[in-house]
Design a protein around this ligand. Structure first.
Ligand SMILES: Cc1ncc(COP(=O)(O)O)c(C=O)c1O
Length: 477
């Protein structure tokens, strides 16, 4: 059950470290409530799920309100600010684009769009050489579904329309993207869910769908289970019935990577059966997991991929990259989008990509990820009864908060841990994943070792405070 953070004012301790500053001793900051209440009045309730901090400005890996408080950001908004918030190079490029007096040009040719599509094609491996610029991640996913299904009908016949995805997958909130997602409860509203879409068990080694207690080199067995179950569900051969397989390069819900061997077998299976393999990198792209693109962890290349979030570190721009024969399926003017390649968003993307590559942010993410892993491991050892485990690579981690001594998610405790972290100056978005029990850690890729250590200390204080409060021993401090 999704939760809201209470607006009841708590007394909190002031904080001052090089990375966090809470000058207020009350939370939520009383003066901020007028804004929050206006939002609660005028926005849908679905928008009220995040901790009650009114963001005023954000710079690099810090977020500020206008009352003098400063948070260490472990959210990147929602895995967007890869190059740091308000990155000066991105700002400069956007201002230059704005001053050029071209704020929109639909699908008419533009130099900016040529620059960005060419840049993306050049940094991507074969065969990802055609690029379609869009606006949101969900839109990019919709395009992939459309291309894969159309391709299936082209290479076979009207029956090759099946689309396979995975349990717990998140691909967006529009009709098609939510339908292909892997959380049944989110699809209740759709009622007539496409019967040619199949959610399959994701090879999640923390909560193995096949009952194993962890990764045991069982990729081949896991993949055989997958194909066997798929065959049963489609009642025929994948070659005849399946047009596409879509998966997140890591599942966002837990920062869960599939085993490499599984992914290599999936790639082979798709090629052998003329199935389009789609890697959804809306949150995984541009260095987040310690490589420029997260599919690179598996030594495979998909046929189509999506980008979003970190492609600009700021502005709403997404994209699909893909095999030219698939990307070119649609006739002129039959696959377009009003805001494709908005000039200001494109300027942000170009500057962002240059910054990420020049400043070796994927490498920094990989290096900082090693530190994070060792710190999280120690934290897990100290709180092993309620931290069931953690998953992730680079600068994306999911910390699984569980009911004591089990793997059952404890959504209430996770929610409280995030709330306490924010009260202590560590910015996290509300928990995600199974039972809302996973606290996601995903700072800007510019983060430093001292900031990580400061954040871990704060996170542990929040865990202790949240546990006390759950036991009724809280003193709001
Ligand atoms: C893997 C993945 N795909 C798609 C989306 C949807 O993106 P958007 O919210 O921009 O539509 C998200 C958003 O979190 C995502 O993580």
């Amino acid at each position: 059950m999704a939760k809201e953070y209470s607006l009841k004012i708590n007394k909190i301790q002031k904080v001052s470290t090089p990375f966090r500053k809470m000058v207020t001793d009350k939370f939520p900051v009383p003066a901020s409530l007028a804004v929050i209440n206006r939002l609660r009045k005028y926005e849908p309730r679905s928008m009220s799920g995040q901790p009650p901090v009114v963001w005023d400005h954000a710079v690099n890996f810090n977020v500020f309100d206008k009352y003098g408080n400063k948070w260490l950001d472990w959210s990147s908004g929602v895995l967007v600010a890869n190059a740091g918030h308000s990155n000066p190079e991105i700002k400069k490029a956007m201002i230059k684009a704005i001053n050029k007096d071209l704020l929109h040009n639909y699908c008419f040719p533009s130099e900016a769009r040529a620059n960005l599509t060419e840049k993306l094609a050049k940094i991507l491996p074969n065969p990802l050489k055609k690029i379609f610029l869009l606006t949101t991640g969900s839109e990019a996913v919709e395009v992939c579904l459309k291309l894969a299904r159309t391709n299936g009908q082209k290479v076979a016949d009207k029956k090759k329309i099946g689309l396979v995805s995975f349990n717990a997958a998140f691909h967006g909130r529009t009709l098609g993207s939510q339908m292909i997602g892997g959380t049944p409860a989110l699809k209740d509203w759709i009622v007539n869910v496409d019967k040619d879409m199949y959610n399959m068990p994701f090879p999640n080694c923390y909560r193995c769908p096949w009952g194993k207690s962890g990764y045991k080199g069982c990729d081949a067995e896991c993949f055989a289970n997958f194909t066997k179950l798929l065959g049963k569900r489609i009642g025929g051969s994948a070659k005849d019935k399946i047009a596409g397989v879509i998966l997140e390069s890591f599942q966002g819900a837990g920062a869960t990577f599939a085993p490499k061997g599984f992914m290599k077998l999936l790639r082979k299976f798709c090629t052998a059966n003329k199935i389009i393999l789609i890697c959804d990198e809306v949150q995984a792209c541009f260095g987040r997991s310690g490589k420029l693109f997260s599919f690179m962890h598996y030594d495979i290349v998909p046929d189509l991929m999506t980008f979003g979030k970190g492609i600009t570190s700021s502005m709403p721009l997404s994209a699909v990259a893909g095999r030219p024969d698939v990307m070119d399926i649609y006739e002129p003017n039959t696959m377009t989008s009003t805001h494709t390649g908005n000039p200001v968003c494109v300027a942000a993307a170009l500057a962002n990509i240059d910054y990420i590559i020049k400043h070796k942010l994927p490498q920094n993410a990989a290096k900082m990820g090693v530190l994070f892993k060792s710190e999280l491991l120690k934290l897990q050892e100290r709180h092993s009864d309620i931290i069931g485990g953690f998953q992730g690579e680079g600068l994306v981690f999911g910390v699984h908060i569980v009911k004591e001594g089990s793997k059952d998610p404890d959504g209430d405790l996770a929610h409280l841990i995030v709330g306490k972290s924010v009260e202590k100056g560590l910015m996290l978005f509300s928990p995600v994943g199974l039972g809302g029990g996973t606290v996601k850690i995903c700072p800007p890729l510019t983060i430093t070792a001292p900031a990580i250590k400061d954040g871990i200390k704060c996170f542990e204080e929040a865990i202790i405070a949240a546990r006390k409060e759950m036991l009724g021993e809280g003193d709001n401090l």
